[in-house]
Design a protein around this ligand. Structure first.
Ligand SMILES: Nc1ncnc2c1ncn2[C@@H]1O[C@H](COP(=O)(O)OP(=O)(O)OP(=O)(O)O)[C@@H](O)[C@H]1O
Ligand SMILES: [Mg+2]
Length: 270
């Protein structure tokens, strides 16, 4: 379904700000798999999702989605295949438009422009039932502006919009990180429900070790632009948050050692 081969991306190459964000990623994600991505700040998680969505073109490597080579496709061309939800509840929806208008736009994604801002009259029953399934009583507020909703309600709607047309791929980049714990749990529950109902191939980035072990069929850990751990099946199911924290600690120690060694070398030669 999603095939990532030898993916590399360096930002600001050849300058003092050079960052090797992706340093050879190989990942094969079968249709319907729910993959969780963890890793420390700056390890390349968002860059990986952005590369898949086409926010930039990679320096090396290839990307195939549903058998199609999309490596050189611009972002807007991939948009038909990819649904995305970001961390910020304010991105992804038009705040001054109503819930119904936002959903109507989502249902027309990739279609010809100029169809006007329909109120979604004929779609109303479908909207009502999908919004009701969120369990947030938002079906009574279809004509309220999205801007009047709480962060959790907005993220739930953004998720509904991103998955309205059953995308080939769903990309979630810390989509519950800005929410209070209760809303975060609620949005995760909805995520699980949508992903399993529509059997969506999903990549979810999270910093929550609890979510990382609870959700998904497979878990990868990134570090410095590479995948350093990959757990699946029974091995994934056995994982506990403490196991993952221990992996983070291993990485931190290795980094410290490396830094100390580099520091010692530097001092010898100055
Ligand atoms: N457009 C860009 N221009 C320059 N550098 C970038 C760009 N995008 C990402 N980077 C750099 O690439 C590295 C990886 O960033 P990325 O956002 O992928 O990390 P992350 O794993 O998502 O971290 P976090 O957990 O903090 O979200 C960082 O050093 C970041 O500064
Ligand atoms: Mg990120």
């Amino acid at each position: 379904m999603l095939d990532i081969r030898g993916l590399r991306k360096t930002f600001n190459a050849g300058t003092p700000n050079e960052v090797r964000s992706l340093r050879g990623i190989d990942l094969s994600i079968p249709e319907g798999m729910f993959l969780v991505v963890i890793g420390s700040n700056g390890s390349g998680k968002s860059t990986l999702l952005n590369a898949v969505a086409g926010s930039f073109l990679p320096d090396e490597g290839s990307l195939h989605i549903a058998g199609q080579d999309v490596t050189r496709w611009p972002e807007h061309r991939r948009a038909r295949l990819v649904g995305r939800v970001f961390q910020n509840p304010f991105s992804g929806t038009a705040p001054t438009l109503s819930i119904a208008q936002n959903l109507s736009l989502a249902s027309r994604r990739g279609m010809r422009r100029g169809l006007g801002l329909a109120q979604g009259g004929e779609q109303r029953p479908d909207m009502l039932s999908r919004v009701r399934s969120l369990g947030m009583a938002l079906e009574e507020r279809l004509d309220n502006a999205i801007g009047s909703l709480s962060g959790g309600q907005r993220q739930a709607l953004t998720l509904l919009m991103a998955t309205w047309l059953k995308p080939s791929l769903l990309l979630l980049d810390e989509h519950t990180a800005a929410l209070d714990p209760r809303s975060a749990e609620q949005v995760m529950r909805i995520t699980q429900q949508v992903v399993s109902r529509d059997r969506l191939t999903t990549l979810m980035v999270t910093h929550s070790m609890q979510h990382a072990v609870t959700y998904g069929d497979r878990l990868v850990m990134m570090h410095r632009g590479q995948v350093i751990h990959d757990f699946e099946g029974a091995e994934k199911r056995r994982l506990r948050p403490a196991d993952l924290l221990a992996r983070f600690e291993e990485v931190r120690r290795a980094d410290l050692l490396e830094e100390t060694a580099a520091d010692l070398l530097r001092r010898r030669y100055v």
